[in-house]
Design a protein around this ligand. Structure first.
Ligand SMILES: CC(C)(COP(=O)(O)OP(=O)(O)OC[C@H]1O[C@@H](n2cnc3c(N)ncnc32)[C@H](O)[C@@H]1OP(=O)(O)O)[C@@H](O)C(=O)NCCC(=O)NCCS
Length: 210
């Protein structure tokens, strides 16, 4: 379906994954991200066009600094939740939210340019929304540059209320409770499985001799 370029991704065998059909045909595999996936984030950023970098980060960036990479990959999958999207064993995008205010989170999605427009961004948003709603979060905030007409129109057409936010950005407030997400149960179960494995690797069984 796509050519030989791109970021080849090897999903660890023990990593939970959820498949979603794409409107354009084919399937996207959604995988919870871990700090060890840092090299994929770095490689994906290198693949992004200047326009997409500007749309996502609000500034034109040549590369991610060490501290930016640290920030983007420091996922605990509770306060900083992140899914990666993989198509035909290639990285296609990443979506994250960071809880900012008890029951509210900042959300951001990036899809590599040649996968845009095929439903990957929607799939990532749905996966994030399923986990956030199950965790009791009430809304996502998304800050968009006024130049990002495509996303502003997407939000407006989806009925998301928009307001002027900080620093000249446009802020959308996406409600989460009561929103039906297809295969939400599968998405939440995959995330719970991954959270449990993260806890096990952080706090190994004290009874087990080392
Ligand atoms: C915004 C972004 C995440 C959307 O991801 P995507 O995979 O292209 O989105 P989808 O294919 O799921 O489409 C989502 C909506 O975008 C719009 N859209 C998609 N392709 C489009 C195109 N070629 N032209 C215009 N609008 C388009 C549609 O409104 C669509 O909604 P619909 O399915 O209800 O019609 C992606 O374009 C991207 O990474 N852009 C750069 C970074 C960015 O702007 N991030 C958002 C701010 S955090």
């Amino acid at each position: 379906m796509y050519d030989n370029r791109g970021v080849r991704v090897e999903i660890p065998p023990d990593r939970p994954r959820v498949e979603m059909p794409l409107l354009s045909g084919g399937t996207v595999v959604l995988v919870p991200l871990a700090p060890v996936d840092r090299h994929y984030i770095e490689a994906g950023f290198d693949e992004l066009s200047p326009e997409s970098r500007y749309s996502r980060f609000g500034v034109g960036m040549e590369s991610l600094s060490n501290s930016e990479l640290e920030y983007l990959t420091n996922v605990d999958q509770r306060h900083h939740v992140s899914w990666g999207a993989v198509i035909d064993d290639k990285g296609a995008g990443v979506g994250r939210y960071i809880v900012v205010d008890g029951d509210e989170a900042d959300v951001a999605i990036t899809v590599l340019d040649r996968y845009q427009g095929s439903g990957v961004g929607t799939a990532l948003l749905l996966a994030l929304a399923a986990v956030a709603a199950a965790d009791g979060l009430r809304s996502f905030r998304v800050d968009v540059t006024p130049a990002n007409r495509r996303v502003i129109e997407w939000l407006a057409q989806s009925g998301v209320p928009l307001e002027d936010g900080d620093d000249g950005l446009i802020r959308g407030n996406i409600p989460l409770q009561g929103v039906a997400v297809p295969i939400a149960d599968q998405l939440v179960a995959a995330m719970e499985e991954f959270r449990a494995s993260m806890t096990r690797s952080r706090d190994p069984d004290p009874e087990t001799p080392s």
